[in-house]
Write a protein that binds this ligand. Structure first.
Ligand SMILES: [Zn+2]
Length: 106
């Protein structure tokens, strides 16, 4: 089932005395179009066919003919620097389970 399917809601109606006088059904169309779903499917296929290591398409990065045509890119994420340093601090000493380290700008 797709998220974004048409929704169906039953509304109950009561008189001032609180007696149920009827029900009506409201059907709302999906906010997703067929094109939206096609884009989502394409995105999921692209994700499944991407290398978990480098993120490139598998048929590209695993092609032996591409050997020797790659060069490393080195960059530093300042947020990850802080997060990794904190993880190092958190994992010193007794092991702490369930510790999550995130970052936010101050
Ligand atoms: Zn790869």
């Amino acid at each position: 089932m797709w998220l974004g399917e048409p929704t169906r809601e039953v509304v109950e109606h009561y008189d001032p005395a609180g007696t149920l006088t009827g029900r009506s059904v409201i059907t709302r169309p999906s906010p997703w179009t067929d094109e939206d779903r096609a884009w989502l499917l394409a995105h999921l296929v692209e994700q499944r066919e991407a290398c978990p290591g480098c993120g490139l398409p598998l048929d590209e990065c695993r092609d032996p003919k591409s050997a020797g045509s790659w060069t490393p890119l080195v960059d530093t994420c300042q947020a990850c620097v802080v997060a990794q340093a904190e993880m190092d601090n958190q994992t010193e000493g007794p092991r702490r389970r369930g510790v999550y380290v995130g970052v936010r700008r101050i």
